[in-house]
Design a protein. Structure first.
Length: 394
């Protein structure tokens, strides 16, 4: 496990340990503030983040989400609890160990870009490497490579004032990536952007993540953003994590009315994927094993007019229809002679919304295949419509 958070509290004010004790005794956050002038920022937070996972923490303003992410690298000192990164206890580190951990393992991207206006984009991205003492040529080379990775190639010698908000946020992301950290902490990095630019940045982050496989803790107040980016999501309210799980867990099994209200109005067609609605095919044809008559018999037995054709490793080869098999029988042709290789396919993580049009334009089911084209399942238009209907989208 890359990050392990165990029973973390953060209380602001004099004698914060007193706030932790009161909260454990059942005193409410509001009462602790009113009677003892102590602010409970985070209460009893526990979660794990796996290597390469995008873990999203979301909640409304004042829920404690930004306080929690700042505890992970001790920009806020936790009042109590344990935070392990690669098994090392961050809370127990001395200042030198903490600086080394931040330098080597963690990068942070904030909502505000915090770029240096008098420095070029290249020098802004190289700034962290400069602080680390990396020589000028090496840090500029690394910065140039990172700028290219985030799609700003050609802007190295411009200044922040010459860039749009979305481009400036790309610079902030590049600066965090330049030191090649294992972990990215992202505190509402896109919330100040216009909706269209925000969507572009979300897509850009997913593109980079597919190549770099960072461990990301991402803070947002936007459920759609959380559902789009997160492998798993934790929802916070009044300093506490009240539910955590996958998008499907959150949407289909809300823990309480608060979470249920959060999910109202979410377009599930964007969230549900091919893997969520696929079914096992009733039957398939095995290329080089099943002949024309065998496949026709399978079709008759199962009441279908077409079947998918796979090889002995379950790799999809195509599809064949009953009329074509009948012609093959009359003309003494093989299955290969009448099989079509042009069948619609989809990866398992494609959204239902993207599948709707495809499902209506083909006589064959959509085949869900893995990266090696092995058949995982099938989708017909009825599966898509039924899934949306069950969730109130139709």
């Amino acid at each position: 496990m890359k990050i392990q958070v165990r029973n973390v509290y953060k209380v602001f004010g004099k004698n914060p340990e007193r706030g932790v004790s009161l909260f454990k005794e059942g005193v409410s956050k509001d009462e602790i503030l009113k009677k003892h002038r102590l602010t409970v920022g985070v209460a009893d937070a526990s979660f794990d983040v796996e290597q390469g996972e995008v873990f999203v923490i979301m909640g409304l303003s004042g829920s404690g989400k930004s306080t929690l992410i700042r505890c992970l690298n001790r920009l806020h000192e936790p009042t109590s609890g344990q935070i392990l990164v690669d098994g090392d206890d961050v809370v127990a580190m001395d200042h030198q160990e903490l600086r080394e951990m931040r330098r080597a393992k963690m990068g942070m991207v904030f909502q505000r870009f915090a770029l240096l206006p008098s420095r070029t984009i290249l020098d802004n991205v190289a700034f962290g490497l400069e602080i680390q003492g990396i020589d000028r040529d090496k840090r500029r080379e690394t910065a140039a490579e990172t700028i290219k990775a985030v799609g700003l190639d050609g802007w190295e010698n411009h200044y922040p004032s010459e860039l749009s908000g979305g481009m400036q946020q790309r610079v902030g992301l590049a600066r965090a990536l330049a030191s090649d950290p294992d972990i990215l902490l992202m505190d509402e990095p896109f919330s100040a952007l216009d909706p269209l630019i925000r969507k572009e940045m979300q897509d850009e982050l997913l593109r980079l993540q597919s190549k770099m496989n960072k461990t990301i803790v991402f803070i947002t107040h936007d459920l759609d953003e959380a559902l789009s980016l997160g492998d798993r999501i934790a929802i916070m309210k009044d300093a506490q994590i009240i539910q955590q799980g996958t998008s499907e867990d959150i949407l289909n099994h809300p823990e309480d009315d608060y979470v249920a209200r959060f999910t109202e109005g979410v377009d599930r067609s964007k969230i549900l994927t091919a893997e969520n609605v696929m079914k096992k095919p009733i039957t398939t044809a095995a290329l080089d094993r099943d002949g024309v008559n065998t496949i026709l018999r399978k079709m008759e037995r199962h009441g279908v007019s077409s079947v998918l054709v796979v090889d002995r490793d379950n790799v999809l080869q195509g599809a064949v229809q009953a009329d074509d098999l009948a012609r093959a029988k009359r003309e003494d042709l093989s299955v290969r002679d009448v099989m079509t290789a042009e069948v619609p396919t989809t990866p398992p993580d494609r959204s239902i919304r993207e599948l709707l049009e495809t499902a209506s334009d083909t006589p064959f089911p959509i085949s869900v295949v893995d990266e090696d084209r092995r058949l995982m399942g099938i989708i017909v238009r009825g599966h898509v419509l039924a899934a949306l209907s069950r969730r109130g989208e139709l």
